[in-house]
Design a protein around this ligand. Structure first.
Ligand SMILES: [Zn+2]
Ligand SMILES: [Zn+2]
Length: 389
């Protein structure tokens, strides 16, 4: 291992207790999407203390931040932090670990700043991953313009340098019919619930013809007021997920067609409601993932194979569609612990989480150093990014 990498490892170890305390503090004060005032403040303060120039509330998002370290004109590498929690079950996605691994990597790079090649390091606080799409707002605000590569980690029960993430489109389907007495004058009614049921049947048939890595799942959000009234309004929400942007767009069209067919069959009107926060699939960057992997190996961390059938979604996917980005997985929980469970919430403040968080901070700082030191590596990452679908 190079001398600077040895120094990076030692620098993370020096702040290990402080990082763990910070991780536990965030874990103990779970804050929901866009409400992460405490976490954003603590992380910003920590980075300011390490010598970063910190901007708070960036990109028009109050709980976002950007901490910058500059050693001269060169590439810009972003390290992303998440710190939002879930309703009811707190930090059951372990974002406290993501945040402290990110600022830990920043602290290590700041500690070796005199030996860093010329360039810029941005540690970016990205709120509201759990549904709020904080990274979309930061992308739109131009926070990633001029950034050459981005990385973050996510907790799991194993180390995996790359794992696919599905893009997700959320579709609200609202059907409008005509109310009538369900026994006296049913022929005067137009049944909006029938349109919802028919949509589910159409989607059920569509599901057999879709690719194995795509997912379509829905719930009924409004299903009538009383059985003796032909429902004049009914609604469903569907999530459509796919591993590629073009396929996601195709499936979105086909699910809407299922609803249009149901509306036509029942005589209902249809309104499709789409929130602006569509999460995009993760665009693989093998060059960056391999650089991360090489540093994992330097630290003797065990690697697990990609899990092809365990697929989630995240707004880091949107970042990966605008610049080379990786989100490797880090072991912070015992084998078999599912995300978004009470067991994962407990694991996120355990000694295993400390171990994973510190190792992730080291590997991210080492990989950032590689990207600043080796222009060829960054060029290959960009070449791959341009060539990928
Ligand atoms: Zn989650
Ligand atoms: Zn998460």
């Amino acid at each position: 291992m190079s001398a600077v990498k040895e120094l990076i490892v030692a620098a993370v170890d020096r702040v290990a207790d402080e990082l763990e305390a910070l991780s536990h503090r965030i874990h103990g004060h779970p804050e929901l999407a866009y409400q992460e005032f405490k976490a954003a403040g603590w992380l910003s303060d920590f980075l300011a203390g390490q010598g970063f120039k910190v901007e708070r509330g960036v990109g028009g998002v109050e709980t976002a931040f950007r901490a910058m370290l500059e050693t001269g004109d060169g590439p810009t590498i972003a390290i992303l932090c998440e710190y939002d929690a879930l309703p009811e079950i707190g930090h059951a996605c372990g974002h406290n670990v993501i945040a402290t691994a990110g600022v830990g990597a920043g602290a290590a790079l700041a500690a070796v700043r005199d030996r860093l090649p010329m360039g810029r390091i941005h540690v970016v606080g990205t709120p509201a991953e759990e549904g709020g799409g904080g990274k979309l707002r930061l992308i739109r605000a131009g926070m990633f313009r001029g950034v050459d590569a981005a990385m973050m980690v996510h907790g799991w029960d194993r180390w995996v340098p790359h794992q696919d993430l599905l893009g997700i489109v959320r579709l609200g389907l609202e059907f409008r019919g005509t109310a009538a007495h369900a026994a006296a004058d049913p022929w005067d009614g137009v049944n909006a619930v029938d349109a919802v049921v028919q949509t589910f049947n159409n989607v059920g048939m569509l599901r057999q013809q879709i690719r194995p890595d795509a997912r379509i799942h829905g719930i009924i959000t409004s299903g009538g007021a009383a059985p003796n009234i032909i429902p004049e309004f009914a609604a469903a929400t569907f999530y459509v997920r796919a591993a590629r942007l073009d396929y996601l767009a195709e499936l979105r069209r086909r699910v809407i067609a299922c609803a249009e067919g149901a509306a036509l069959a029942t005589g209902c009107g249809l309104k499709v409601v789409e929130p602006e926060t569509a999460y995009e699939p993760m665009k693989r960057n093998q060059t960056l993932a391999d650089a991360f992997r090489a540093n994992m190996q330097r630290l003797g961390l065990p690697e697990s194979p990609e899990a092809k059938d365990r697929l989630g979604s995240s707004d880091v996917g949107n970042v990966s569609q605008v610049l080379p980005t990786i989100q490797p997985y880090v072991r912070i929980a015992p084998d078999g612990t599912p995300w978004h469970s009470r067991a994962f919430e407990a694991a996120a403040a355990s000694p295993l989480a400390r171990e994973g968080m510190l190792a992730a901070a080291k590997v991210m700082a080492m990989t950032t150093l590689d990207l600043l030191s080796d222009p060829g590596l960054l060029a290959r990452a960009h070449e791959e990014f341009r060539a990928a679908p």
